[in-house]
Design a protein. Structure first.
Length: 339
């Protein structure tokens, strides 16, 4: 089955052709980083306009790279949420229009589930369920028990900032451009992770939930001198930036790893499936391997960890097979969806 995937939930416009949920024939991603960099975060109105401008060229390029004509597509899969309302509507409208014009079905796919599917793209037949799914992205931080592709039980989530959002906000405090995750990771490599005693939040009575906003504020107070004896601004030398980045990253990643290990135990599984942009972080992968060598890990290929349409097309294939039919034309964008 040839599936066209469409992704436009936030600041990437992407189209992809995937055969039978696993073979990626093309995966074209255009990022809007240039557009949002100066604002330190995604500006929704600018994001929508850019999606409108690029969606048709991205579709054309994805077809030509896969050497597939529109007539050869069997199914369209589109991320229908969660995300920015205007951005979502552009992908959904493209999917519905193509579905009508080509007389083929379309299915809506949950973008967060698709992040987990990215790690499964080439393993879906060999994986043994249950597994623990771990989504670490700019919009979500979730732990879920996975009993099958499409069958999830939430275990924990963030009660405030998502982990990627915390990386982005700390980077902004340090005067670094959006997105901050890769910048923090690069600086952290040469910093001392124990220079500042940052601690991530604990959520009372909920051992699997996350809270990153206090950690972000601790960095801010450190920068403002409020954690030091003299309440003056801390001089931001290159080494201080490295040490703050390393200490923040170490605190955030240690928290994630500790909770993942605890949750794996709770789910009686030794297999962890990771997804989302923060899994690009090599320190995370190394630290996890060091702290939990007894657990099996599936990580998305580096090209599939950030937002992309291949994971949408891949999961869409399974969604369609399970449902046995496409979605109706009144499928709406959903800015918030849980597992
Ligand atoms: O999954 P994604 O592309 O978008 C959402 O669905 O949110 O994730 C984007 C997030 C951003 O917050 C970005 O800063 C973070 O992933 N990110 C990283 C790294 N690369 C991207 N965070 C930490 N380390 C990285 N190397
Ligand atoms: Zn995403």
């Amino acid at each position: 089955m040839i599936v066209l995937g469409i992704e436009s939930t936030c600041d990437e416009t992407s189209c992809s052709i995937v055969r039978d949920g696993r073979d990626i024939l093309s995966n074209v991603v255009t990022s809007q980083i240039d557009l949002h960099a100066e604002y330190g975060g995604v500006v929704p109105e600018l994001s929508c306009r850019r999606h409108v401008d690029v969606i048709i060229p991205v579709l054309d390029q994805c077809l030509s790279e896969a050497n597939i004509s529109l007539q050869e597509i069997d199914l369209i899969a589109v991320a229908y949420g969660p995300g920015l309302i205007g951005a979502l509507l552009i992908g959904i409208t493209a999917a519905k229009s193509l579905s009508l014009a080509l007389n083929i079905p379309f299915v809506g796919v949950n973008h967060i589930e698709a992040h987990l599917y990215a790690a499964l793209m080439s393993h879906q037949e060999t994986i043994k369920f249950p597994c623990l799914g771990v989504v670490l992205s700019g919009g979500h931080t979730s732990l879920v028990r996975m009993d099958d592709i499409g069958t999830y039980t939430p275990i924990g989530e963030t009660i405030d900032d998502a982990i990627g959002e915390a990386f982005d906000k700390v980077a902004k405090q340090l005067g670094l451009p959006y997105p901050g995750g890769p910048q923090i990771e690069a600086l952290a490599k040469e910093g001392n992770p124990h220079a500042f005693p940052f601690k991530p939040g604990k959520v009372k009575g909920k051992p699997f939930d996350f809270s990153f906003s206090g950690l972000k504020t601790a960095v801010l107070y450190t920068l403002q001198g409020q954690n030091a004896k003299n309440a003056s601004l801390m001089p931001l030398t290159p080494q201080t930036m490295r040490d703050i980045s390393a200490s923040f990253q170490h605190a955030a990643l240690t928290d994630v790893i500790d909770k993942v290990v605890l949750a794996a135990n709770e789910c009686s599984t030794d297999t962890i499936i990771f997804g989302g942009g923060v899994t690009n972080n090599k320190a995370l992968r190394l630290m996890f391997q060091e702290k939990a060598p007894h657990l099996k890990t599936l990580w998305p290929a580096f090209g599939l960890s950030l937002d992309n349409a291949a994971m949408i097309a891949g999961l869409g294939y399974h969604t369609f097979l399970k449902k046995g039919h496409g979605d109706p034309m009144d499928l709406n964008a959903a800015t918030r969806i849980q597992f």
